[in-house]
Design a protein around this ligand. Sequence first.
Ligand SMILES: NC(=O)c1ccc[n+]([C@@H]2O[C@H](COP(=O)([O-])OP(=O)(O)OC[C@H]3O[C@@H](n4cnc5c(N)ncnc54)[C@H](OP(=O)(O)O)[C@@H]3O)[C@@H](O)[C@H]2O)c1
Length: 272
Amino acid sequence: MRRLFPVTDETAARDSGGGPGTAGADGADREWGLEELAAAYAYPSGSGPAGPEPWLRANMVSTLDGAAQHDGRSQPISSAADMRIFGTLRALADAVVVGAETVRQEGYRPARAREDFAALREAAGQGPAPAIAVVSASLDLDFSLPLFTSPLVPTLVLTGAAAATDRIAAAEKAGVQVVIAGDGMGVDPARAVRALADRGLYRLLTEGGPRLLGQLVAAGVLDELCLTVSPMLTAGDAQRIAGGPPVAVPRRFELTSLLEEAGFLFSRYRRT
Ligand SMILES: NC(=O)c1ccc[n+]([C@@H]2O[C@H](COP(=O)([O-])OP(=O)(O)OC[C@H]3O[C@@H](n4cnc5c(N)ncnc54)[C@H](OP(=O)(O)O)[C@@H]3O)[C@@H](O)[C@H]2O)c1
């Protein structure tokens, strides 16, 4: 892993013929420890309970030709380094917001407590693992799965006020915290972010999928995008990372960080 942007003294020295980077230099191609990754992806300081402003970042992977999945999953277009960053981003989050279709297709399980991040989470006043917050209108979810019955911290389901009462009852029976964040069937993204913050969940991470991310973009609630560009081409008609109706005016983001490993680019953009 090496840092390509922002350009540091170490990166510049290496680019101007300084030879292989010195140990510990950002620009050197070497394996980064989880602590370093956690520091590189730290949430802005105002986005904790002391802020208290929520911060919503997305973590997505895309091929060179824009596919957000292959054979219905993101794993084939990911890499070991991508999964390390995926795990790090989870470890920094209070809650992981995810669309119901991704939960169904990727077979979501509860977030694990990671020994490597235990001290960091404790210092940040966080529980042992992030809560998973599933966004669903239909509540067509298998509430007998471990994601709902045996998470370390209770799983949340965000839904609309018109959701079927028997499905709400089934969710609650499994131990799920049902959060109403919309007047009809659907969830209003801004209301969802506020409802999570009201529960002390400020450092938010969404793992998509594309239909959910498109709505978060359209509603203007996405603060940051951590985008992995996978050096692969898949052709076909896979979804892009964000779907749904286009926004009237493109949302502008600025690059804050770019890492590289084995041809995979790990970018970090925040809204301007
Ligand atoms: N490349 C990546 O980084 C990445 C990341 C994640 C997922 N993926 C891939 O993306 C695919 C799934 O993504 P997707 O776009 O089809 O689905 P998705 O966004 O994961 O989930 C869509 C579902 O979420 C619920 N939902 C979304 N917006 C809602 C709202 N405003 N109110 C209430 N419920 C709402 C609905 O659930 P109900 O149907 O239950 O009502 C909807 O059917 C999978 O193939 C997965 O592998 C790729």
